[in-house]
Design a protein around this ligand. Structure first.
Ligand SMILES: [Zn+2]
Length: 134
């Protein structure tokens, strides 16, 4: 009995340690994203123009712009997810599936720390989306 308690406490401690690591990773990722989005704003990216040799300069400039906008939109979304994940770490709800309330496995959290769903709910959600799309 005592042995079991000790084991559970150890597992809990190591989980909190992992959350601390994940939190640091997220903060790092956020800093990188913010630095990158600064570069994009000042025109540091010029993607894929050579793939469209027939485009006029005007058209490729517009394509660049929409690419940049799309990229920024994606980054904004990711930044928001990171912020939300950090908030969950702070409030102590990190690692709990928002759909079923079960704990999300540590393995999954390490691979995808911004996730809010356990693997079972995520799989179900993806299956639902597939049905809607087809
Ligand atoms: Zn779930």
């Amino acid at each position: 009995m005592v042995e079991k308690d000790r084991k559970e406490k150890k597992e809990r401690d190591s989980k909190e340690g992992k959350f601390e690591e994940i939190k640091k990773d997220l903060e790092h990722q956020k800093a990188v994203l913010l630095a990158e989005s600064g570069e994009i704003i000042t025109g540091g990216l010029n993607p894929g123009v050579e793939n469209f040799p027939d485009m006029t300069d005007q058209a490729s400039a517009e394509a660049d712009q929409s690419f940049t906008l799309r990229l920024r939109e994606r980054e904004q979304k990711l930044l928001k997810k990171i912020d939300e994940a950090l908030e969950r770490v702070r409030s102590g709800t990190f690692g709990i599936c928002e759909s079923c309330g079960e704990e999300i496995s540590l393995k999954r959290l390490e691979a995808r720390p911004v996730t809010t769903l356990c693997i079972a709910c995520k799989t179900r959600q993806e299956a639902d989306e597939k049905i809607r799309e087809s």
